[in-house]
Design a protein around this ligand. Sequence first.
Ligand SMILES: Nc1ncnc2c1ncn2[C@@H]1O[C@H](COP(=O)(O)OP(=O)(O)O)[C@@H](O)[C@H]1O
Ligand SMILES: [Mg+2]
Length: 270
Amino acid sequence: MFEHYLKRWDLTLDGSAFASLNGHLLPVRQHGMPAMLKVSQVAEEQAGSLLMAWWDGDGAAPVLAVAGEALLMARAQGSASLVQKVAGGEDDDATRILCAVVARLHAPRDKPPPALVPLTHWFEALWGAAHKHGGLFEQCANTARELLADPRDVTVLHGDIHHGNVLDFGPSGWLAIDPKGLYGERGFDYANLFCNPEGASALAPERFARRIEIVAQAAGMDRRRLLQWVLAWSGLSATWMLEDGIDPGRPLEVAKLAAMALGSDIKVME
Ligand SMILES: Nc1ncnc2c1ncn2[C@@H]1O[C@H](COP(=O)(O)OP(=O)(O)O)[C@@H](O)[C@H]1O
Ligand SMILES: [Mg+2]
């Protein structure tokens, strides 16, 4: 599957190929420069590749070439990782780095973006789950409906911001990979980091509360609006996991934390 692009883009092998959730990756070099070749048949990934090219290295990995299923991008060479930072107790730092990258990705550009999917399309899956399961799913869906009916600060979105999708590019800083090609309210892009990285630490109530404060401040977002996006997104994430036969315990735990924080907000306001 890589052969054609190796010839077409004049690449040499520089490591072993591996499969990821949505595609296949191969470390290569182009004229000596370390690069990563990703091939994916998933339409969402392909839309994301065009968006990544549009970002032109500002907030996301520089794209060297893109053609349908194939994406050639600069390879992260730095030794740090946000997952390691979290494991090493530098959670605040990791959260602030994610916020800074998101802000760069959301900054307006003076050229029209490529074709993007509206966030409302993604959330359609949640309506069915709310109907079927009720309870927390219904709460997530109601919140999502409220948010989507009155979007604020609509922009180009990454769609999958988490600690494994922002990499250390050494002198070029932290840059995102793996965008999905969406648009909608900017608050959405800050929600998924609350479910990550894997492991128990993100689910600890004190950690959750601290991240909410850090993100609200770094993003300049209303705390309540941020909690609503976390609640809405966790419900959608849990819906997809159920569809895929994966235990949705993790996003549902995050949804509970967000719902509880929103509930206490209401009490405070009364
Ligand atoms: N440009 C890159 N530089 C270095 N590593 C990369 C790069 N792109 C992808 N990777 C590695 O491959 C993994 C999977 O790539 P990703 O695009 O996130 O695939 P998926 O869509 O399946 O999540 C990443 O988590 C990272 O470890
Ligand atoms: Mg990824």
